[in-house]
Design a binder for this molecule. Sequence first.
Ligand SMILES: *[C@@H]1O[C@H](CO)[C@@H](O)[C@H](O)[C@H]1NC(C)=O
Ligand SMILES: *[C@@H]1O[C@H](CO)[C@@H](O)[C@H](O)[C@H]1NC(C)=O
Ligand SMILES: *[C@@H]1O[C@H](CO)[C@@H](O)[C@H](O)[C@H]1NC(C)=O
Ligand SMILES: *[C@@H]1O[C@H](CO)[C@@H](O)[C@H](O)[C@H]1NC(C)=O
Ligand SMILES: *[C@@H]1O[C@H](CO)[C@@H](O)[C@H](O)[C@H]1NC(C)=O
Ligand SMILES: *[C@@H]1O[C@H](CO)[C@@H](O)[C@H](O)[C@H]1NC(C)=O
Ligand SMILES: *[C@@H]1O[C@H](CO)[C@@H](O)[C@H](O)[C@H]1NC(C)=O
Ligand SMILES: *[C@@H]1O[C@H](CO)[C@@H](O)[C@H](O)[C@H]1NC(C)=O
Ligand SMILES: *[C@@H]1O[C@H](CO)[C@@H](O)[C@H](O)[C@H]1NC(C)=O
Ligand SMILES: CC(=O)N[C@H]1CO[C@H](CO)[C@@H](O)[C@@H]1O
Length: 827
Amino acid sequence: MQWLAFFLLLLNVANWFKTSFLASEFNLQGDYLLGGLFSLNIVFHPKRQSYPVALECQRYQFDESAYQMFEVMRFTVEEINNSSTLLPNVSLGYEIFDHCSDTQNFPSVFSFMSQNGSVPVLQSYNNYQPKVIAVIGPYESTTTITVAPFFMMNLIPMVDYGASSYDLSNKALYPSFLRTVPSNKDLIEIIIRIIKWFGWNWVAFIGSLDDYSRDGLNLFYQSLRQNGICMAYQEMLHLTSDYQTTLRKIDKLNVKVIVIFSMQVIAENTIKAAIKYNIRNKVWIAGEGWAMNKQLFREPGIENIGKIFGITEQFMSLPGLDDFIYKSRENSEDDEGQCPQPTENVCNQVCNNCTKLSSEDIINEDPTFSFPVYSAIYTMAHALHSVLQCAANGCNKSTPVYPYKLLKEIKKLNFSLNGRQVQYDGNGDPTVSYVVVLWNTQGSFPPFKVIGSFETYPEITFTINSSRIHWDNDGSVPFGNCSIECKNGFQREYDRNHKCCFNCKICPGNTYVNYTKDPATCFPCSKGEWSPEGSTSCQKRIIMYLPFTEPLSILLMASAFSLELLCIAVTVLFLYNYSTPVVKSAGGNMCFLMLASLIMSSISVFFFFGQPTVIACTFRNVMFCFFYTICLSCLTVRSLQIFWVFKMANRFPEVYKCWVKYNGQWLLIAVVSVVQFIFCVLWVTLITPTPSKDETSYDNQIILICSSGYMNIFYVVVSFILSLSILCFFFSYMCADLPKDYNEAKSITFSMLLFYISWCVYFTADMIYDGVQIQLINSVAQLSSLYGILLSYFIPKSYVIVFQPKKNTQAYFQTTIQSYTQTISRM
Ligand SMILES: *[C@@H]1O[C@H](CO)[C@@H](O)[C@H](O)[C@H]1NC(C)=O
Ligand SMILES: *[C@@H]1O[C@H](CO)[C@@H](O)[C@H](O)[C@H]1NC(C)=O
Ligand SMILES: *[C@@H]1O[C@H](CO)[C@@H](O)[C@H](O)[C@H]1NC(C)=O
Ligand SMILES: *[C@@H]1O[C@H](CO)[C@@H](O)[C@H](O)[C@H]1NC(C)=O
Ligand SMILES: *[C@@H]1O[C@H](CO)[C@@H](O)[C@H](O)[C@H]1NC(C)=O
Ligand SMILES: *[C@@H]1O[C@H](CO)[C@@H](O)[C@H](O)[C@H]1NC(C)=O
Ligand SMILES: *[C@@H]1O[C@H](CO)[C@@H](O)[C@H](O)[C@H]1NC(C)=O
Ligand SMILES: *[C@@H]1O[C@H](CO)[C@@H](O)[C@H](O)[C@H]1NC(C)=O
Ligand SMILES: *[C@@H]1O[C@H](CO)[C@@H](O)[C@H](O)[C@H]1NC(C)=O
Ligand SMILES: CC(=O)N[C@H]1CO[C@H](CO)[C@@H](O)[C@@H]1O
């Protein structure tokens, strides 16, 4: 397919130049032309129109700061023209249009694209040279997105000084788009960093109804989620929105931090409304659009609304700009900024309001976008410099300058401008050098105090100098969270909608909360650990047992030992006085069996102390039970015998004879012992008592205990002992009226009562108390049972043997029995 070229005559721009050659600020002739788009006026509400008519920007709202950018472009081109090193002997020219609407500005675009006054429709644009070699602007994201496709088509470089929408970083859609302002992604990143720096997490977002804000909101949302910050409220406002309601809602939600990421006007309206409706003590974070808005700064009452942080590009002064503006003002006094065809008045190259501004007005405008305009033009000049193969002696002007070649050079650029490095990344985005300013609304100087910075070149750095911020109240950073942090030991209960909002609930016992791990969970303590209610960590449980070294243990063991010594002493004493009536009446040989049993029983006390072992667990009770049964059976047989002799022998002499003949007492003891022995063996062998841990009784202790063996047989053993003791008690009670020397009733009653009481105490305590001391009570019960028998039965007899030998004679016993028989017969 060959050249199938249509020539579409849209604008006869070339003719305008020929007819009117007046020096307008909008045009400068040169070897190469740059296109410039500036929003000197802004159309907020497009009018509905019923017949085709071109838009007349002049009629709409004038923006002084755009005129300053406009002047910066003119200044920059002149400076490059004056330069002898950059583009020597090559003159740059420009053509600028007022770009006031999203949708109705296409005449200017076609003018830039035209060649000889017409826009051709071609198949290949390789050899196409439009009127301008590149385009600067426009200012806003939305307007940029609407005009950009025209320039992308033939890869005309578009270097933007104001559009920050992140969409434009998409090089598949916008291959020849570059910009000298950081994209919203960077702006949102620094906003997030500021919020995080001060530890806030509950923020509101106010935007305007345009691509810039929508894009910002999108990016903000994405970053919030990653940074644990919550959006309390969000609204996109337009000129006629109800600002009061929005602000009231934000105030009601207890939001301290408000990000205003919007067009200037919306920000101005919001702040003015905040002043009017007395919204106080907030923290406002200003996006680049209004970070250094000087009109708002002078608004009365602004000092009440709180702190305003602005994010703006590192301020770069442009030496010579002020002189340039003063000079151009002088010259333009009589130059009424004329349109090439003033009669039609639609070319949008007229600005009557501009000429009314004084030099000071222009110079004092917000300088935020001066450097972006300046570096955008230098970018093109440097690229052109490369394309034209310029050297010190001049450039090769015969080289054709195709836009796509220029674009290739722009991407390779890396130059220093007023101390800042200018270069573009793969997305056509520049290196970032932001500063954070604090508005000095209290009136001291300077009005915008730099408190921090964010740079991506040569590496990413973010700093905030907290000592430069003077917070109201007590000087501490204001509270900007949804919920007050829980006290130690409390767990968070999150709100359904926001992760930043929560109630606090105390962690129950045996759980803990670890904020670095998870603030919303009370983790259970691990095995062997415990914690009281409301803990942040668990403690080791104390392992409880009765150690040998404890004074009480020592006391009990000493008691057991002294019991044994006493028993041995009594045994020796009885052996020496074996043939005396006291020993005989006490049972003779049987005494030695009883004493031996007492000694054996008392050994079991020693098994209660120290860390329990299988042996200790097995023997601590079984030994006592068995030997105490033997002792008790002796006592029972003794009392039975006395009872028999004195009360029954007369009535059943044959039975008694039989009893004596077959050695009934020993037989009975043997039977009882054997039976009890079998029970005891079964008790500890069917289920061996083993050391175990009681972890349930106390949160903070692990008690080393012994399992009890086969419980059912244990009950049999206990019942056996109990029935024996009751028998014993019964017989001795029946003989309560016998002569004193035969009367064991008192001593046996005493020892049995002691036995009952001490074991009642033990079993009762066992039911209501699980501590380690129960083992102490157990051993005390054993000891007191044993001491009961020793003290009430053996010691009085020993006393008589040692101190009252008179009573230890056959004759004395005879007398007492005679006097007893007399009393019986008298009854
Ligand atoms: C350019 O040079 C002219 C003449 O030398 C001078 O008047 C003007 O101020 C210079 N402009 C800039 C921007 O340097
Ligand atoms: C532009 O117009 C001039 C005369 O008006 C003509 O000589 C030239 O060839 C035209 N250029 C192109 C590219 O058509
Ligand atoms: C606010 O929440 C953030 C995390 O979301 C936390 O780091 C900060 O300490 C909290 N501030 C206060 C005062 O509790
Ligand atoms: C701009 O000019 C228009 C008329 O051309 C006028 O109505 C308007 O008030 C002017 N605006 C400013 C800010 O001077
Ligand atoms: C600049 O261009 C003019 C003609 O366009 C030429 O006469 C002059 O020598 C050139 N100067 C240099 C330094 O190249
Ligand atoms: C100037 O550029 C043209 C086209 O690229 C080329 O043919 C010519 O040789 C160049 N002249 C010099 C002096 O480099
Ligand atoms: C840009 O230039 C500077 C110095 O002129 C150099 O240090 C830096 O590495 C260059 N960057 C790239 C990406 O080439
Ligand atoms: C922070 O600001 C204070 C007061 O302006 C200044 O003295 C100090 O050097 C600054 N610190 C840093 C790290 O810049
Ligand atoms: C909390 O959890 C973290 C991470 O799991 C751990 O490093 C830290 O030691 C824990 N803190 C306490 C007090 O247990
Ligand atoms: C309009 C303008 O300033 N043009 C200047 C461009 O630069 C050359 C020198 O390089 C001057 O002679 C022109 O006056």
